[in-house]
Design a protein around this ligand. Structure first.
Ligand SMILES: [Fe+2]
Ligand SMILES: [Fe+2]
Length: 227
């Protein structure tokens, strides 16, 4: 039996599928709830700079993903199939495009685009990078939960863009949402393909639980500064 054949018979996400789904649900609901609260407060006082401030940490996450994905490739890429390296690179490019596009919305709203990690997302960023140091699948697992959590904000964000006539924001988020389907599919595919041992399973679960705790408690509307 070849190594590939042996590997295909093992692990993958199946042994932890229920727990992964549970964590993803918690992350998505928590972040979605925080987003709903933000827009409810914003409706009472729709000052464009507040929206710019809300988008700032999200914009930073886009470029931090690019940095992290490129580093994932540099450190671990040669342990993956070439087609998966290419897919991670495509994901990385799309995150850089999101940074550029969301940056445009922020500037249009009168804000400034972050060029260093904002305080509101520092714990998130540090956690992601610490995961990268641990294991080749750890940062992928953390990003999979984090990307899932962001999907909880999409409906409210599109609705707000429509409500306030922000056509650029509407178009850009529609584009981002389409890309995110690819990112989530890729995250799941990579985890399922490369989890081979019980240690891999433990590392993936550890990353996902940590990221779930983080996103469920750190994206509160109160954390958004007024300017
Ligand atoms: Fe993105
Ligand atoms: Fe993404």
């Amino acid at each position: 039996m070849s190594t590939d054949e042996e590997r295909r018979g093992r692990e993958g996400l199946a042994p932890i599928a229920d727990e992964v789904d549970r964590l993803r649900r918690i992350a998505r609901d928590a972040v979605g709830g925080a987003c709903d609260e933000f827009f409810a407060a914003y409706d009472a006082e729709p000052e464009p700079r507040r929206l710019a401030a809300w988008l700032g940490p999200r914009c930073w996450r886009e470029i931090d993903y690019t940095f992290m994905l490129n580093e994932e490739i540099r450190r671990y890429g040669l342990s993956f199939e070439r087609k998966h390296v290419a897919a991670i690179a495509r994901h990385s490019l799309q995150e850089a495009e999101h940074y550029e596009m969301i940056g445009r919305i922020i500037e249009r709203l009168g804000g400034s685009v972050p060029t260093s990690v904002p305080d509101a997302v520092r714990p998130w960023s540090e956690y992601l990078w610490a995961c990268l140091d641990r294991h080749r699948l750890s940062a992928i697992a953390a990003w999979y939960v984090s990307e899932t959590s962001a999907t909880g904000t999409f409906d409210a964000t599109l609705a707000a863009a429509r409500r306030y006539g922000l056509d650029d924001m509407l178009k850009i988020y529609q584009h981002v949402i389409k890309d995110e389907e690819f990112h989530l599919g890729l995250g799941r595919l990579l985890l399922d393909r490369y989890i081979e041992t019980d240690e891999d399973l433990d590392e993936v679960l550890r990353s996902m639980r940590g990221m779930t705790d983080l996103v469920a408690h750190s994206y509160r509307p109160a954390a958004v500064s007024a300017t």
